[in-house]
Write a protein that binds this ligand. Structure first.
Ligand SMILES: [Fe+2]
Ligand SMILES: [Fe+2]
Length: 336
């Protein structure tokens, strides 16, 4: 996900066609014309609540995603790498900010959304529950995880909800820098010493399958289990199926792996002339559902860090609120 929206089969609602309620004619007209729905427009309640969930989950993923990479800022191998990594991790904080702001236009409060994250009622992308064991993981995350995020998020720049679509335009520009810096860091390692090459290959071996899982379960074909896709497509929020996006990612990534001189860990990966796409092996979705349920290698650690950061930041929020109140009072006194 990280912009893609899905749940495990146990809690996915079934998709039903949307009846046109009175007062929503404009909504369906705008969606039909591929226009943008703005916060002031009437919208179906489940469109609103589903967008709140998707945008919040996306925002949570951006800020939790700072953790696996943040761990390597103090251990980056050079000043140049450190500066790049710091810029990237700060970008992710910024993405969280744009997205919480976009969610707030739908009538929810950021504090409420953070509370849902901290109490486990809202999720974040399962990819961030895997550990970053070596420096090569940082390059691999940029290349594969940010690469998969771009494939998911570029279509969201055209999604029907205006504030979300506009936030995604800037996010995607920054994600493309993230992907390139990852590729470049990994290229340097894979063309370095034999040990560096081995380290790069090991990281790719560990991140490849979780990256494919980022697109969610099958939502097309005989094995479809994902529940939100049909509705989301009717609303103009989702443009392509999880499977189509995953295929696009695989097709884009295989030649890049060749350029890196690294192997993708899938014996079934091969070009299919008749389909005009790469075939690839079966994904272990049980692993994905286990990680979503909280049983991934780093779930507990990520959540503990997040809650602690929130508690330790309480004084900043209090100070900012006190400052805003004082400024407002001064302005009122000045006007009187
Ligand atoms: Fe991001
Ligand atoms: Fe990113």
């Amino acid at each position: 996900m990280y912009g893609n929206d899905f749940a495990s089969p146990s809690d996915a609602p079934s998709a039903s066609p949307e009846p046109v309620e009175p007062g929503l004619e404009d909504f369906w007209r705008i969606v039909g014309e591929d226009g943008r729905i703005e916060p002031r427009d009437a919208m179906p309640e489940d469109y609103r609540s589903s967008l709140v969930r998707q945008i919040a989950q996306h925002a949570h993923s951006e800020i939790i995603g700072m953790q696996p990479e943040g761990e390597w800022i103090s251990r980056a191998p050079s000043l140049r790498r450190k500066a790049i990594l710091m810029a990237k991790v700060q970008d992710e904080a910024g993405h969280g900010l744009y997205l919480y702001a976009a969610a707030e236009t739908l009538g929810v409060d950021r504090a409420e959304l953070l509370d849902m994250l901290h109490t486990g009622r809202q999720k974040y992308s399962s990819i961030f529950n895997y550990p970053t064991l070596t420096w090569a993981d940082i390059g691999t995350i940029g290349w594969l995880v940010d690469g998969a995020a771009i494939v998911n998020q570029v279509p969201l720049c055209r999604c029907s909800y205006g504030p979300y679509a506009r936030a995604m335009v800037r996010v995607c520009k920054e994600e493309s820098f993230h992907q390139r810096q990852g590729f470049e860091a990994l290229y340097t390692l894979s063309h370095g010493t034999p040990q560096q090459h081995e380290m790069a290959q090991d990281a790719v071996d560990r991140w490849w399958w979780p990256s494919l899982m980022m697109f969610g379960p099958h939502d097309s074909g005989p094995h479809a289990t994902a529940g939100h896709t049909a509705k989301s497509m009717a609303w103009g929020v989702k443009r392509f199926s999880n499977d189509d996006l995953r295929q696009r990612f695989v097709d884009m990534t295989v030649p890049q792996a060749e350029a890196l001189g690294l192997t993708l860990p899938d014996p079934d990966l091969r070009w299919n002339e008749s389909r005009g796409h790469y075939d690839f092996g079966e994904i272990d979705f049980n692993e994905l559902f286990e990680v979503i349920k909280g049983n991934g290698p780093c779930n507990a650690e990520r959540m503990a860090n997040r809650r602690r950061a929130h508690e330790e930041g309480a004084w900043v929020r209090e100070a900012a609120t006190a400052y805003a109140e004082k400024t407002a009072a001064r302005r009122t006194a000045g006007a009187a």
